[in-house]
Design a protein around this ligand. Sequence first.
Ligand code: HEC
Length: 172
Amino acid sequence: MRRIVFRVVELAVVVMVVSALAPGLVRGAGKASKAVSPIFGIPVPEGYRNWTLIGVSHRTDNKDELRAILGNRKAAEAFRKGTLPFPDGAAIAKLAWKTEPMPEFQGAFKPGAAPRIEFMVKDSKKYATTGGWGFARFVDGKPADEETHKSCFPCHEANVKGNDFVFTHYAP
Ligand code: HEC
């Protein structure tokens, strides 16, 4: 019994020390950065890693990268049903990784370093001049500059205007 009491006290001390030394670890665990993208004012959305997988892509144009496109609940529903335009509140994430050979198996590739994460958030009033979409790119947790953010909409507009400015379709 004394041993159990001792264990409990010991555990309580460990928890106290950890919370004192690393408050971020205990309270803010997994909290996304609050820095926002220029022009659009979008932070890294909380919980985006748990959004629904919409599709994947592989780009070889300038960098060999693997990408995963995720959607929050509203976006995922619209993707599934093929509803256009996307409703306000829909948000899409694009995660990218350097393509890296898998050491365990020749010819297999795995995600390596993550050079950036990107988001599109629908708010038809707030972002009326960019097709209703706000854009955000983060590199190492920091928002990319204003110049970069000016380039987002023109490319999406030039290529996929007819699909509410979204390239990705729900993967079969
Ligand atoms: C030169 C063209 C180009 C520019 C500039 C561009 N994108 Fe894209 N974007 C694409 C293409 C192509 C895809 C789909 C394929 C892929 O890259 O995986 C895409 C896909 C996306 C997606 C997933 C939804 C979708 O449309 O399929 C997001 C989110 C996104 N881009 C955000 C951004 C942000 C934020 C910026 C600016 C910082 C940006 N993009 C600039 C070409 C562009």
